[in-house]
Ligand binder design. Structure first.
Ligand code: KG4
Ligand code: ZN
Length: 359
């Protein structure tokens, strides 16, 4: 098959991401983040997200094409996230992608955001060098997708064949970082701040729960940790008054360790039972340094290599969407009826298995 040039569009949450890929090689990736807009609300406001995507999407598309040195007429296809995510935000990307595809008579590929995160460790730079160090993907493998909304343990039989082994039953790990960070007045998103404050501090200073470690399934739960942190934070603030600030780094280190160990327990159990050839990591929380260190070390002890995408492809971006789109294009899975394509806010990774038959 000859080379494909894919434009990937991502607007499922608060990042407007657009990238151009030549097969699995990233020629350009541009992300416009709305964090500053949502910060004062302490989380993403869907209607504000829609407005911001609408304001910047054409500019981000033009920048991605320019950086890649290509024109719309050079493209082979357009890939767009159609779910899961916030409906008002998804609608902007889907509408824009439909218009572009129709205007330039290009095939349109509907991509599942979770498939994008799952495969982000397979992205290569423009010279063909894999960002994650993974030269040849070995299947079947396990993927850990940890973000502000998900913590999915995914069994990948092969690209395009996914089984959801486990997921969070309540909050996602990124959400836990963000909500606990809010209790500590660390702003939004708090994951990177907690991680930075935690460095070099005592991870055992505070006793925090690791929920569901012994349950007989691969699911996760973070709401118990959040509640425990709420009680402890209030108690510490009462007891320590102005001195509370001095214990925040140790507190952050303990929180980070509790979240990482909650993820580790179930993932290691799945790895032992299913013997994957490798483990791929994706999603914003997989940018976390401590998570990378602990997982690399524990998986190495099982002789299983771990691969992480660089930070810019852990958080939401258009490159991972174009990559999932590239594999779908190879399988001939393009949208048959462009007008019928609609966003679907609540699909799971297993919906990426189906050929998009409904549109
Ligand atoms: O994948 P992502 O950009 O958006 C979703 O699809 O949710 O992930 C965003 C989440 C936020 O909750 C943020 O706090 C968290 O990822 N995050 C981190 C780090 N960088 C981003 N959490 C812990 N450590 C980090 N270094
Ligand atoms: Zn995401």
């Amino acid at each position: 098959m000859s080379d494909s040039l894919i434009l990937g569009i991502e607007t499922s949450c608060d990042d407007t991401g657009v990238a151009v890929l030549q097969n699995d090689r990233v020629l350009s990736s541009v992300v416009s983040s709305q964090i500053d807009v949502h910060r004062e609300w302490g989380g993403v406001v869907p209607q504000l997200a829609r407005r911001e995507h609408e304001n910047v999407i054409q500019i981000v598309i033009a920048a991605a094409l320019k950086r890649a040195g290509v024109k719309c007429s050079d493209l082979s296809a357009i890939a767009v996230t159609y779910g899961p995510g916030l409906a008002p935000a998804l609608e902007v990307g889907v509408r824009t992608a439909k218009q572009l595809a129709q205007e330039h008579s290009l095939p349109l590929i509907a991509v599942n955001h979770m498939e994008g995160h799952t495969l982000s460790g397979l992205l290569r730079n423009r010279h063909g060098k894999p960002y994650s160090g993974l030269d040849k993907a070995l299947f079947p493998c396990l993927a850990v997708v940890v973000s502000g909304k998900h913590s999915d343990l995914v069994w990948i039989e092969n690209i395009g064949h996914y089984r959801l082994l486990g997921q969070t039953l309540d909050d996602a790990p990124g959400e836990a970082f963000d909500k606990i960070g809010r209790m500590l007045d660390l702003g939004y998103p708090a994951g990177p701040v907690i991680s930075q404050l935690a460095q070099g501090h005592n991870r055992a200073a505070f006793d925090l729960p690791r929920p569901m470690q012994h349950s007989d399934n691969y699911h996760f739960s973070f709401s118990g940790l959040k509640t425990s942190c709420l009680y402890q934070t209030n108690r510490l603030k009462d007891e320590l008054g102005a001195e509370f600030a001095a214990v925040i780094p140790d507190y952050c280190a303990s929180v980070e360790e509790a979240i990482v160990e909650s993820l580790l327990g179930k993932t290691l159990r799945a790895a032992k039972e299913h013997q994957p050839n490798m483990v791929l990591f994706g999603g914003g929380v997989s940018a976390n340094k401590r998570l990378r260190f602990r997982f690399r070390r524990e998986l190495a002890a099982l002789d299983i290599p771990a691969y992480f995408a660089p930070k810019q492809f852990c958080t939401d971006n258009g490159a991972m969407i174009a990559l999932a789109g590239y594999y779908k294009l190879q399988r001939g899975e393009t949208v048959a009826d462009i007008a019928a394509l609609d966003r679907d806010p609540s699909i799971s990774i297993e919906d990426a298995n189906k050929k998009s038959a409904s549109f």
